[in-house]
Design a protein around this ligand. Structure first.
Ligand SMILES: Nc1nc2c(c(=O)[nH]1)N[C@H]1C(S)=C(S)[C@@H](COP(=O)(O)OP(=O)(O)OC[C@H]3O[C@@H](n4cnc5c(=O)[nH]c(N)nc54)[C@H](O)[C@@H]3O)O[C@H]1N2
Ligand SMILES: Nc1nc2c(c(=O)[nH]1)N[C@H]1C(S)=C(S)[C@@H](COP(=O)(O)OP(=O)(O)OC[C@H]3O[C@@H](n4cnc5c(=O)[nH]c(N)nc54)[C@H](O)[C@@H]3O)O[C@H]1N2
Ligand SMILES: [Mo]
Length: 765
């Protein structure tokens, strides 16, 4: 039976309620080993019954909030749970209105288009009149708001990303900021049936493409044969790019005709780069001091870029740091200066690597989509401002030219995301969680911190326990995901949970439209068939698709080349910006008068980086990048993730130099700390990590040593107890996860036991 996950398609066999084999999809040239971890689906960490935090059950909404995450649960029946949740939703909407409910519920959920938990909870809440939603993503917080102002919508841009096959034929030099990490290309939101990035990089190398990895980590581009490594200081890429730009202008290597015809308005940036605006020339020598890279390497790279068909790649990570708008804006400006935007194999990509689909030779077609309805509440928050929102009801903040007001939240409903994975400064989030909302409800599959910190936990099924359709924009297959297991214990589909709640609340017809799971799958498939037809794709009947088990989407006639049509005729194919051109200067952004995001790209020091005074005290830049062995926090309890832990804790990678001066050896456990928090991690020594950088991937389940309700040491290696919870700028309010300084010391004390994968204590009422 095929199933689709965000990291690949697998053929699963089961017997008597147990998984007997997990085979990668036969059409996948480079399958991900994360699939092995699906065996955890039937394991002991599942939420087996509806459960309510003990003193919440006894005292009702708002009682003993400070005990969240540190108290026993009581198992209850589904009837009691549905009564409790529906009554509480009714109380809050009646007393405070729907704007008192936060159900933004950010998170990747599982693959499968109908049982997509985030869509299900949004649809349900919309049937009740709406909820406070989130805007944007953690992934692309800065880019999603910035790009429409200077270029075009991020998703429209991504769907025309130049294909690898075009690079194979035309590209000579691929300069990648943050590399093209193979660990990340395992994954794609919604699914990925064929992993092509590593095989394609080999083909590019065979075709003679040269690779440059501008990154604090060598591994980021190690799957590109022969890649050169420029070990830049984290968060200084904008300065690096300015140094490249200064060299181009000084040597008259910038394409002035391209800039004049396709861009508006280069002159203010030129003056800034040359120092005519502020007296500081942004030369290669100037950049060298900031980036800690020799000035020659910067200047020589600029010359090579001008002399070659060059593709500039910028990992999403660069915009997930303080002032993350700047590297993206500057990379576009730099590509414009090279004049190769719209040519096959040249220009820029945002980005190859973060997810495996980028660079696919495919047409934009996204398969079935569950309609979410319309939201009656119009006060969404930028996704990463959740703690700010909880701390400041009624408070104001700047966002994309507007002044917005935070709602007053009484109830939180989460399904398909894990804030104790994704949010920064978790100790601060815990304080807000334990003081503000009166009720927190989650649908969860596992007893992870998201469940443990809730008041009411409703057990949800996994993809193996339900029928669904797997598909993702630009992926080459639609997958018939057939149920392979009965629901584990009392788990229910999110759809069935919300159907039961909507019945109690009098909106069942609106939520279900009278459809069963089977009827929904057919309906959503038929709707997508109509959309496919408009793109010239003919889907088979639902019966034929379901019995065949998959459908292969035919590739386009010509591989995509980004902005090809704009290059061919900029008048007929104007960009959706005020000038119709690439906005190297944005009068709109300038008019907002934000000191943290001026009207053209600029070097702005991040709040925390190795050049900051704080680096005296916390001398290591923390890189909390995406984990190689799982998807975020998903399947951290799976065998593949667990096998990579050191003394049961997440591995932190240090340069030998940084380890030696601290007397730290491979395999040690260290305490990683700053003023916001501390965690334990197991040590890996790696000379592919730039000195001054500590790499601790995200996703270890938050496991605080709880002393009288005050979270102290995190035992398992979750980097978000250390990260900075600050908007990237007033323009976009993206998350700044990649800007954090820490110190590391050998942990000499007795090691506390990791309890991340223990279910909570259970009590009788
Ligand atoms: N420090 C730092 N922090 C980061 C980042 C970083 O680079 N550094 N990256 C950020 C980014 S880009 C992202 S996208 C976020 C990711 O953050 P999330 O998307 O929130 O992380 P996941 O672990 O995927 O959370 C999904 C949750 O949904 C649950 N789930 C899965 N399927 C279902 C289902 O069918 N039903 C229900 N009810 N639940 C389900 C899982 O058990 C899990 O708890 O993290 C962000 N956080
Ligand atoms: N296996 C796996 N793959 C994933 C995910 C996962 O959880 N697991 N999550 C997916 C998600 S949600 C997203 S949004 C994407 C994210 O994709 P990215 O945001 O690109 O991913 P990261 O792993 O955070 O960063 C990529 C690399 O950039 C480098 N880097 C970080 N900061 C800087 C910097 O300031 N300058 C330079 N030059 N380099 C820097 C780091 O060395 C890091 O390894 O990944 C996706 N892919
Ligand atoms: Mo993401």
């Amino acid at each position: 039976m095929l199933t689709s996950t965000h990291w690949g398609v697998y053929d699963i066999t089961t017997e008597n309620g147990a998984i007997t084999s997990i085979k990668p999809f036969e059409r996948d040239p480079d399958p991900s080993p994360i699939g092995e971890s699906l065996r955890a689906i039937t394991g002991p960490v599942r939420v087996r019954h509806p459960a309510v935090r003990k003193s919440y059950l006894e005292g009702g909404p708002g009682s003993t909030r400070h005990k969240r995450g540190a108290e026993a649960f009581v198992d209850v029946s589904w009837n009691e749970a549905i009564d409790l949740v529906s009554a509480e939703l009714k109380r809050v909407t009646t007393q405070f209105g729907n704007s008192a409910i936060f159900a933004g519920s950010y998170g990747w959920s599982s693959a499968g288009r109908f049982h997509h938990a985030q869509s299900q909870v949004h649809r349900f809440m919309n049937c009740l009149g709406g909820y406070v939603a989130h805007l944007g993503t953690y992934s692309l917080g800065a880019a999603r708001t910035l790009l429409p102002r200077i270029l075009m919508d991020m998703d429209v841009m991504r769907s025309q990303q130049t294909a690898w096959v075009s690079l194979e034929q035309h590209c000579e030099l691929l300069v990648a900021f943050g590399g093209v990490p193979a660990k990340n290309a395992q994954v794609n939101s919604g699914g990925i049936s064929q992993h092509e990035v590593r095989p394609m990089l080999k083909r590019l190398a065979a075709a003679g493409v040269k690779f440059v990895n501008v990154s604090p980590l060598r591994e980021d581009f190690e799957s590109a044969p022969g890649a050169e490594w420029v070990a830049v200081r984290p968060n200084t890429d904008t300065a690096f790019m300015l140094g490249l730009a200064h060299t181009l202008i000084s040597e008259n290597k910038h394409d002035q005709a391209f800039l004049a015809r396709y861009c508006s308005d280069f002159e203010p940036l030129r003056r800034y780069i040359m120092g005519e605006a502020d007296g500081v020339a942004k030369s290669a020598a100037w950049a060298a001091k900031i980036c800690d890279v020799p000035a020659d390497s910067i200047a020589n790279l600029a010359r090579r870029m001008a002399a070659s068909r060059t593709m500039i790649n910028v990992a999403w990570s660069l915009q997930r740091g303080d002032h993350g708008e700047q590297p993206y804006w500057m990379a576009i400006a730099l590509a414009a200066m090279l004049g190769q935007i719209g040519t096959p194999g040249g220009g820029f990509a945002l980005a190859y690597g973060p997810v495996g689909i980028e660079g696919a030779n495919a047409r934009p077609f996204s398969g079935p989509v569950l309609p979410q309805g319309s939201n009656g509440v119009r006060t969404p928050i930028p996704v990463a401002r959740i703690t700010d929102m909880l701390e400041n009801p009624g408070g104001t903040y700047d966002f994309d030219g507007a002044v917005c007001t935070y709602p007053d939240i009484r109830l939180i409903y989460w399904a398909g995301g894990n804030p104790f994975h994704h949010h920064q400064d978790l100790n601060r989030l815990v304080r807000a969680w334990r003081s503000k909302p009166e009720t927190i409800i989650v649908n969860e599959q596992y007893w992870n911190p998201n469940a443990k910190f809730a008041d009411i936990v409703l057990p949800a099924t996994t993809m193996l326990e339900r029928n669904d359709i797997g598909s993702s924009n630009r992926d080459r297959h639609l997958i018939a995901m057939k149920r392979a297991l009965d629901p584990v214990a009392e788990a229910r589909n999110d759809y069935d949970i919300f159907s039961a709640l909507s019945e109690k609340l009098g909106v069942k017809e609106k939520f279900t439209e009278g459809r069963s799971e089977a009827a929904w799958l057919r309906h959503l498939y038929d709707e997508s068939a109509q959309r496919a037809r408009r793109l010239g794709i003919e889907l088979p009947s639902f019966e034929a698709f379901w019995s065949e088990g998959l459908f292969e989407v035919p590739p386009p006639r010509d591989p995509p080349v980004m902005l090809k049509h704009y290059r061919a005729d900029p008048q007929a194919n104007k960009l959706p910006t005020p000038s119709g051109k690439i906005e190297i200067t944005s009068p709109t952004i300038a008019s907002f008068n934000y000191a943290d995001c001026p009207g053209h790209p600029a070097w702005l020091e991040p709040a925390e980086w190795l050049g900051a005074p704080l680096a005296q005290q916390y001398p290591l830049h923390l890189m909390s990048h995406q984990p190689a062995t799982r998807l975020h926090s998903q399947y951290d309890h799976g065998s593949y993730s667990i096998a990579a832990k050191i003394q049961g804790r997440e591995a932190i990678s240090l340069n030998p130099q940084d380890a030696n001066v601290r007397g730290i050896k491979a395999g040690d456990v260290v305490r990683v700390y700053n003023a916001r928090g501390a965690c334990l991690a197991g040590v890996k020594i790696d000379d592919g990590v730039r000195p001054g950088v500590a790499v601790l991937p995200t996703g270890a389940w938050f496991d605080p040593l709880d002393v009288e309700g005050v979270a102290q040491l995190e035992k398992h290696g979750n980097p978000n107890v250390l990260t900075l919870d600050k908007g990237t700028s007033k323009l976009t309010q993206g998350c700044s996860a990649h800007s954090a300084l820490v110190q590391v010391e050998r942990y000499a004390g007795e090691l506390p036991r990791v309890t991340a994968f223990d279910p909570p204590a259970f009590a009788k009422r």
